[in-house]
Ligand binder design. Structure first.
Ligand code: CTP
Ligand code: MG
Length: 333
């Protein structure tokens, strides 16, 4: 139900979110230019260090899915038939020759080189031949295009998580931006009436099970933006109300013990149904990866971290309920 947020508060909260979005979250022209320059520079380094090799550069993640800010990093996927490049230390060496600061994470599910360009002051995560993220990037682009509230809503959620220090899967043991984005989009799918559609119809979900058995991934989804645009017209909830309801949902309504967030299905699944109720103690906060459905995007957060995240939801909810501002919920931790 549509519980308790006085109209005045809802209106002013919506205005605050939009103001922050327009003045601080929406990427500046400068930042877009810096990213473009960096990619050109990076391409030159590749040509210099690996002359004659065919290497394609694909930019993915928030610099292209519409959910980035001026401060977002650049996520890059290189595709090449020179498989020796998949040993990321080779790339690491090449980048260091050109004064990039780098840090390798070779044993991750997707090995990456983390790069900092001290001249352009920009960070980048680079992988080689791991193309699955290009597909989920296109999926997020599709969601962003469906309804005008998606971009400011998701950016407002991401901004809050960064301010409160609960957006760091690798080093902080909390959740990645990608996990947060899944949570926020899924929330918009489960409004009544929904703001966002399910892009993977049921038949495709069953197909996914078959593919999975074959060790393949079903990459198809409905990306017909023309047909999907204004899907959310029937729902008139404001950004302020949505943020308030999002906090309430994950503070008090979501059952962390038994439920799984599934963007692929646009609903909650049960841990039992996925076989996630046994085994791994890391299955505390379950967020199913929409393509690689056997992956839990919440795996990086342990029990204590999830307790902390839940307390953050409660804190934000309480502040808004008591008439506090968006800036207040985003106070630096
Ligand atoms: N990704 C993924 N699986 C994960 C984490 C990330 O497939 N477990 C992919 C997604 O395509 C995601 C991209 O890697 O969009 C970049 O991840 P991340 O940097 O966490 O998210 P961004 O959306 O780029 O957010 P930020 O603005 O914080 O960089
Ligand atoms: Mg990123």
């Amino acid at each position: 139900g549509r519980a308790a947020l006085a109209t005045g508060l809802e209106k002013s909260l919506t205005a605050q979110i939009l103001h922050t979005y327009e003045t601080r979250l929406f990427p500046s022209a400068d930042s877009i230019e810096v990213k473009r320059t960096f990619i050109e520079k990076f391409a030159t380094i590749l040509v210099t260090e690996f002359p004659g090799w065919e290497v394609d550069i694909h930019v993915f993640g928030s610099s292209v899915n519409g959910l980035g800010t001026s401060r977002s990093d650049v996520d890059i996927c290189l595709t090449t038939e020179h498989r020796e490049l998949e040993d990321i230390f080779l790339l690491n060496k090449a980048l260091r020759k050109h004064n990039m600061r780098t840090y390798c994470i070779p044993r991750a599910r997707v090995p990456i080189v983390k790069t900092w360009d001290p001249e352009l002051r920009i960070a980048s995560d680079i992988n080689v031949n791991n193309t699955i993220a290009l597909h989920n990037t296109r999926m997020l682009q599709t969601f962003v295009a469906v309804d005008g509230r998606v971009r400011p809503f998701v950016l407002a959620v991401k901004h809050w998580t960064k301010c409160r220090d609960i957006n760091d899967a690798a080093f902080g043991g909390t959740l990645s931006s990608y996990a947060w984005v899944n949570l926020a989009i899924h929330f918009l799918q489960t409004r009544n009436p929904p703001i966002l559609p399910v892009l993977h119809p049921r038949a495709r979900s069953l197909n996914a099970e078959k593919c999975m058995a074959l060790g393949e991934v079903d990459l198809s989804f409905n990306d017909n933006i023309g047909q999907l645009r204004e899907f959310g017209r029937g729902n008139s909830e404001s950004l302020g109300f949505l943020l308030y309801a999002f906090f309430r949902t994950y503070a008090y309504e979501f059952d962390y013990r038994t439920q799984v967030v599934s963007l692929r299905n646009g609903c909650y699944l049960s841990k039992a149904q996925k076989g996630w109720d046994v085994g791994r103690p890391s299955r505390i906060f379950c967020i199913e990866e929409p393509f690689s459905t056997w992956l839990n995007l919440g795996h990086s957060a342990n029990t204590i971290a999830v307790e902390g995240i839940r307390r953050e939801f409660q804190r934000a909810f309480t502040i808004l309920r008591d008439g506090g501002s968006y800036d207040q919920i985003c106070e630096i931790y």
